[in-house]
Design a protein around this ligand. Structure first.
Ligand SMILES: O=C(O)CCC(=O)C(=O)O
Length: 289
């Protein structure tokens, strides 16, 4: 059964990106927003990153300057491990049905996280391709960014460079340092052709793992929070350490075990797994260094 139109599938293939409304039910959206609200309240009691993930790193990451009065929770790692609401969407959301039309029928979970830009937060994401972080034997790998808030031009929307998923993989290493971001030349070129992806809460932005993308700071008075998950065709085998390992890593989400490996040819440097709570620490260290 087709969940996406031929035009939508074509847009994804051509540009590497597709935004669809109503990727979850109103109840699913409300449940995810409620849990995020609780986590933001809890973050007021912490001065820095806190909690523990599967690989013993902090689960909750806060921006520099975060405090009890003005919380700036920017990342929750692997929310499916601590919330029924996020696990439900990951396993049962319409988003999954749509994904089967892009890289199905057999889908496997890789990792998930929440990126939150609370009002006034300075978090920016520098240009990069997710495939460099999560290389698989083939590139039927999609990052799904589910909008927990309305995403507007002013609150730091995802920007992608259309068509960049068919181009080269750009190094995230510069002068022997892993910066987690592309070099200035590539970033400037992509900035010129960038398209911003906006939409109401409950929409999803499907992004091919090789598409170049970035986002600016939230300059609005409202939050911009995303539930981000990485799902691959089940015959795409991960080739490097998972940066966000969880108990759900490798879970079959749709279809059946293919019992096969499908490969394409490519070559790239291996990314550095962050020692801190998230890749923001790696990108920020590069910007301040
Ligand atoms: O939060 C965003 O705006 C983009 C997130 C992103 O690029 C990532 O986490 O890889």
């Amino acid at each position: 059964m087709a969940f996406l139109s031929t035009a939508e599938i074509g847009q994804f293939r051509d540009t590497g990106c597709l935004v669809c409304p109503d990727a979850v039910t109103a109840a699913q959206l409300a449940a995810m927003r409620a849990d995020l609200g609780i986590w933001i309240e809890e973050s007021r009691a912490h001065a820095g990153p806190y909690g523990k993930t599967f690989d013993n790193r902090p689960r909750f990451d806060v921006e520099p300057g975060h405090n009890a009065e003005k919380p700036a929770l920017r990342r929750v790692a692997s929310p499916t491990e601590i919330s029924e609401a996020y696990l439900d969407v990951m396993q049962n959301g319409r988003m999954l049905d749509m994904l089967t039309d892009l890289i199905g029928p057999n889908l496997r979970f890789h990792h998930s996280k929440i990126n939150s830009k609370l009002p006034g937060s300075g978090t920016v994401v520098d240009w990069h391709q997710d495939f460099n972080y999560d290389p698989h034997s083939n590139d039927d790998v999609v990052t799904s960014l589910l909008f927990l808030d309305e995403v507007t031009p002013g609150n730091g929307p995802l920007m992608t460079a259309p068509g960049s998923h068919t181009g080269p993989l750009h190094s995230l290493w510069h002068d022997g340092v892993f910066t987690g971001a592309m070099g200035q030349q590539a970033s400037a070129a992509f900035e010129k052709i960038a398209v911003r992806h906006t939409g109401p809460a409950g929409s999803v932005c499907f992004m091919h793992a090789r598409v170049a993308h970035a986002s600016r700071a939230n300059a609005s008075t409202g939050p911009r929070s995303l539930f981000i998950s990485c799902v691959a065709a089940a015959d795409a085998i991960p080739l490097a350490a998972n940066h966000l390992p969880s108990v759900h890593m490798g879970m079959l989400l749709r279809g059946k075990e293919p019992g096969r490996i499908r490969s394409i040819a490519f070559e790239m440097e291996i990314s550095e797994v962050p020692k801190g709570a998230s890749f923001f620490t790696q990108q920020n260290a590069a910007n301040s260094g």
